[in-house]
Ligand binder design. Structure first.
Ligand code: HEM
Length: 137
């Protein structure tokens, strides 16, 4: 029962994580394929309309990702009573990611160093999550 619940929260965390990353995916494609968007103005409108809510909700979906991940960790630990190294690595990355995002969003530091770190940590977290998914039943 506890493990089933842990898996549900784990799946929710993955979905929220993917939605958090849509911010980057939509902006990156828009920035890097200007000719495609010029050629397809109708799709460009849809793309921009999608981008707005994803960028707006990014902070809260990111916090939601970590909340779902926390519930997943507590339930998985209560059910298995053992530590999972790849899970801990993913959790450390995502938790740091949330705090870096909060710092960038609300402390408003000068420069873009925090954003570069925020992007790098996002990719490390994707890699860690994939390893965690492969190594864990
Ligand atoms: C699972 C957690 C998170 C992931 C994977 C994540 C990932 C990313 C990525 C990849 C970018 C770069 C977008 C670009 O290149 O334009 C970004 C931007 C940003 N993130 Fe996060 N983020 C997370 C959580 C948060 C949180 C919790 C906050 C703040 C409360 C936050 C605030 C921001 C801000 C302000 C930006 C730059 C402006 C924007 O694109 O909205 N992020 N995030």
């Amino acid at each position: 029962m506890l493990m089933t619940l842990a898996k549900i929260f784990g799946a929710a965390a993955i979905v929220l994580f993917a939605l958090t990353l849509m911010n980057f995916a939509l902006k990156w494609t828009y920035r890097n394929y200007p000719n495609y968007f010029k050629k397809h103005p109708k799709y460009a409108k849809v793309h921009l309309a999608l981008m707005k809510p994803f960028v707006k909700m990014h902070k809260w979906v990111g916090i939601g990702t970590v909340a779902a991940m926390d519930a997943h960790i507590v339930l998985a630990f209560l059910s298995e009573d053992e530590f999972n190294i790849s899970g801990i690595a993913t959790a450390v990355l995502l938790l740091s990611q949330m705090f870096i995002g909060m710092y960038g969003a609300w402390a408003k530091p000068k420069g873009k160093t925090w954003l570069i770190i925020h992007r790098i940590v996002a990719f490390c977290a994707i890699a860690a999550l994939m390893v965690h998914g492969i190594l864990t039943d």
